[in-house]
Design a protein around this ligand. Structure first.
Ligand code: ATP
Ligand code: MG
Length: 327
């Protein structure tokens, strides 16, 4: 296995949906790198392309959608072009996904212990029943489920919403993945439970050196959880850097707007709805910077061409008139 610190390296990812009006890029040139053990927050408003990015990385885009270009290297190996069975061998083993709705992961008619056993057995058919049971019990305990051994015999509906999401997280962690892609897994939960789960996920990732991409619309969550942040707007990453630097000193007017729309800095549960105007829809994208109609700093150039990526130190952004970089 590779020991390079870079676990996931995504370059120029483009994912299109083919519609009657033609191909439309929901993800338009995304570059990301995630190091081992690092947590990346992928943040943006509804429709910005966060989930499509996550699904694209896992090879889970179905027609009329299609990953049309770019490279997704995991442990140095290109995932684009792998056969479905090769991707399936990776998913749930080296790469795991957690969804907003735990019922996307959990089968309502199977006991939790049976589903967990299946998740191990699929990838490791030689593990004994006793060991499987021990690993499942341990995994439920790790995510804070009381009396884990007896809970293995419960069905998903016998858990509360928060506990059910913990079960889905336990399944994701079962085979000690190197990368977890978590798509708003705590958004539907109340704020206290969300905070507990964030804390536990962060701890588990640190202990096991697991990398994670945490998709959210909530910059408060990013501030609490992540090391790096990628701010997404209209299918592109508009600002990217360490959480520390980006949140202390955003250079993209959209990032600044997101921060100002939070009720209190770093408050979990903060929504990002207060930037003037609407996120562009399928029909409203055109030439120039997609954020232009809502941007307080827009100038002549913004109507003429979409900004390319500018790198300054470890910070990257797409803006013709960025705020000053102080760090
Ligand atoms: N199956 C599909 N067919 C056509 N368009 C789609 C499909 N799935 C997603 N899209 C479009 O791609 C864009 C990005 O969607 P995506 O689900 O990635 O947004 P998101 O950032 O995850 O939003 P949210 O915060 O609401 O989950 C949206 O405009 C969406 O309408
Ligand atoms: Mg989404």
């Amino acid at each position: 296995m590779s020991t390079s610190p870079v676990l996931l390296d995504v370059q120029g990812l483009q994912t299109a949906f083919h519609t009657e009006a033609g191909a439309w890029l929901a993800v338009d040139g995304v570059d990301l790198t995630v190091k081992r053990g690092e947590i990346l927050g992928l943040v943006g408003e509804s429709g910005s392309g966060k989930s499509v990015t996550g699904f694209s990385l896992l090879g889970l885009i179905d027609p009329p959608g299609e990953v049309v270009s770019g490279s997704v290297r995991f442990n140095g190996k290109e995932l684009r072009g792998l056969r479905e069975e090769q991707m399936r061998a990776l998913r749930g083993d080296r790469i795991a996904m957690i969804f907003q709705d735990p019922l996307m992961t959990l089968n309502p008619v199977l006991k939790v212990g049976e589903q967990m056993a299946e998740a191990i057995y699929t990838h490791y058919p030689r593990v004994s029943r006793d060991e499987i049971r021990a690993r499942c019990t341990e995994a439920l305990g790790q995510v804070g489920i009381p009396s884990p051994a007896s809970r293995l015999d419960n069905y998903p509906h016998e858990f509360s919403g928060g506990m059910r999401q913990r079960v889905a997280i336990a399944i994701a962690m079962l085979n000690k993945p190197e990368l977890i892609i978590a798509d708003e897994p705590t958004t539907a939960l109340d704020v206290t439970i969300q905070a507990q789960i964030l804390f536990e996920m962060q701890k588990l990732c640190r202990e096991q050196n697991t990398a994670m991409i945490w998709i959210t619309h909530d910059l408060g969550v990013v501030a609490e959880l992540a090391d790096q942040v990628a701010v997404m707007y209209a299918g592109r990453i508009v600002e990217y850097g360490s959480v520390e630097h980006v949140l202390a000193n955003p250079v993209h007017p959209y990032t600044k707007g997101l921060m100002e729309s939070m009720p209190g800095a770093a408050a979990p549960g903060a929504r990002l709805a207060q930037i003037e105007g609407m996120a562009p829809t399928l029909t409203s994208r055109e030439t120039g910077c997609p954020f232009r109609p809502r941007c307080p700093r827009r100038g002549d150039l913004c109507a003429q061409q979409a900004p390319e990526v500018t790198a300054r130190g470890e910070r990257r952004y797409r803006c013709h008139y960025p705020l000053e970089v102080q760090a």
